[in-house]
Design a binder for this molecule. Structure first.
Ligand code: NAD
Length: 248
């Protein structure tokens, strides 16, 4: 029996990068996948095809996770199409890096809205369903810089630290209903998000990683499978660092 056989997973921001890897890994474990991104583009169509080839139901939705109304509508559509939601991965995230001195109010507000408020939007929408079924696993994509902080990323670090507080609070609120909530704190993972970093900063980051390499989206996806499945049935309110030992 596969680890997520017949489960319905919702993953935000999944047309590429870590979210995409999670969708494929979950599907390989038998889960049906409802994924969102800002636009329904060629990446979404390609992912739908890959999911179908894995023998599961997979559907992409254009939905802005930072919008409360759009998130409610997205989950309503998922329930119509898939019947329920068992797993939620709040993965959508952006960076707008800048030293505080140069950071605009717009970039502060946008990062908090996309990275932190999105988790509120989606979790609130799925909790009604999970409370009825008395089961569920919610996974929030934080970051090592949400724990350690990082110069030039005060908006991003604050949003990711906020997700950790949110995770622990939801784990306490919903635990008695058999709904678990955990966070993953990835370190340096090779995706489009980190591809835009200058080479010297990249080299410097890698030097500080005991495993001496960046992570792959699949490294994060494997930890997600653990947290989504019954393998972690007694794990809630935790932050798991997936960072090659960068943060201890
Ligand atoms: P990515 O930029 O490759 O992918 C993020 C996806 O989210 C994109 O497809 C983007 O279109 C989508 N997205 C952005 N805003 C959205 C919105 N409002 N609604 C819906 N979708 C939206 O990034 P990634 O590296 O795959 O990162 C995924 C998550 O992991 C993010 O939350 C990121 O902060 C976190 N993370 C990444 C790293 C890393 O090193 N790559 C490290 C720590 C944490």
């Amino acid at each position: 029996m596969k680890l997520l056989q017949g489960k319905v997973a919702v993953i935000t921001g999944a047309s590429r990068g870590i979210g995409r890897a999670i969708a494929l890994r979950f599907a390989a474990e038998g889960a049906n996948i409802a994924f969102s991104d800002l636009n329904y583009d060629d990446n979404c169509i390609a992912l739908e095809k890959e999911l179908a080839a894995l023998g599961v139901k997979g559907k992409g939705y254009a939905s802005d996770a930072s919008s409360f109304e759009a998130s409610e509508k997205f989950i309503d559509e998922v329930v119509k199409d898939f019947g329920t939601v068992d797993i939620l991965v709040n993965n959508a995230g952006i960076t707008r890096d800048q030293l505080l001195m140069r950071m605009s109010e717009t970039d502060w507000d946008l990062v908090i809205k996309v990275n932190l408020k999105s988790a509120f939007n989606l979790t609130k929408a799925v909790q009604k369903i999970m409370l009825k079924t008395r089961s569920g696993s919610i996974i929030n994509m934080s970051s090592v810089v949400g724990v350690s902080g990082n110069a030039g990323q005060s908006n991003y670090s604050a949003s990711k630290a906020g997700l950790i507080g949110f995770t622990k609070s939801i784990a306490q609120e919903l635990g008695s209903r058999n709904i678990r909530c955990n966070a993953i704190a990835p370190g340096f993972i090779e995706t489009d998000m980190t591809a835009k970093l200058p080479d010297d900063i990249r080299t410097e980051w890698i030097k500080g990683i005991p495993l001496r390499r960046g992570g792959k989206p699949e490294d994060v996806a494997n930890t997600c499978v653990f947290l989504a499945s019954d393998l972690s049935s007694y794990v809630s309110g935790q932050v798991i660092n997936v960072c090659g030992g960068m943060l201890m």
